[in-house]
Design a protein around this ligand. Structure first.
Ligand SMILES: C[S@@+](CC[C@H](N)C(=O)[O-])C[C@H]1O[C@@H](n2cnc3c(N)ncnc32)[C@H](O)[C@@H]1O
Length: 163
């Protein structure tokens, strides 16, 4: 019982995004198809880590690599440590405005609700940094509030369309 108390106290300090809780189910259904042939995914702007632990748990064929800017890395690492399945890697530091990204090659890049925070102009010419870690025939899937009325749209782009 003491352990349970300690665990719930530890979990209580994890940041919780209600938006993540709402959208993780619908996004997962898209990723089941889009990432069916992928084996490794780099997530940009993982935030609370709720997406990372949820998608990795439901897509066990994937090695999921979360990432965040330096100042947000510690709370993300804590969620991965507490809730991540074995196919979630320890999060790495990645500022998407940097060129080039110092990351290992992956089959896919995923990002949710982050592009609207990073200025389009900072994403670099032709999204070169986003495309760079992708192997041939890989996918980049981005969800963002591009659409009006707060709809969430999942956009999957073959790397060849990121030119
Ligand atoms: C609205 S939150 C979304 C987090 C998570 N993907 C989600 O859907 O809940 C945006 C995230 O982008 C991260 N972020 C902001 N600037 C960034 C940058 N230049 N490179 C990478 N991530 C960045 C923030 O730290 C934050 O966690």
């Amino acid at each position: 019982m003491a352990c349970m108390g300690a665990l719930s106290q530890t979990r209580a300090v994890l940041t919780l995004s209600e938006a993540c809780e709402r959208n993780k189910g619908p996004i997962l259904e898209v990723l089941r198809t889009e990432f069916a042939a992928s084996r490794s995914v780099l997530e940009v702007g993982s935030g609370t880590g709720q997406h990372a632990v949820h998608f990795a748990a439901h897509l066990p064929h994937l090695a999921w690599q979360p990432s965040e800017v330096e100042e947000q890395l510690a709370p993300l690492a804590e969620r991965i440590r507490l809730e991540g399945t074995s196919n979630v890697r320890a999060p790495i530091t990645l500022d998407a405005r940097e060129h080039p990204w110092r990351v290992a090659p992956v089959d896919a890049v995923f990002s949710a609700n982050t592009l609207h925070i990073i200025a389009w102009s900072a994403c670099g010419p032709s999204f070169a940094a986003w495309r760079a870690p992708l192997r041939r025939r890989a996918w980049c899937a981005c969800t963002d509030r591009f659409a009006s009325r707060g709809n969430i749209r999942v956009t999957a782009m073959r790397n060849s369309t990121l030119t």
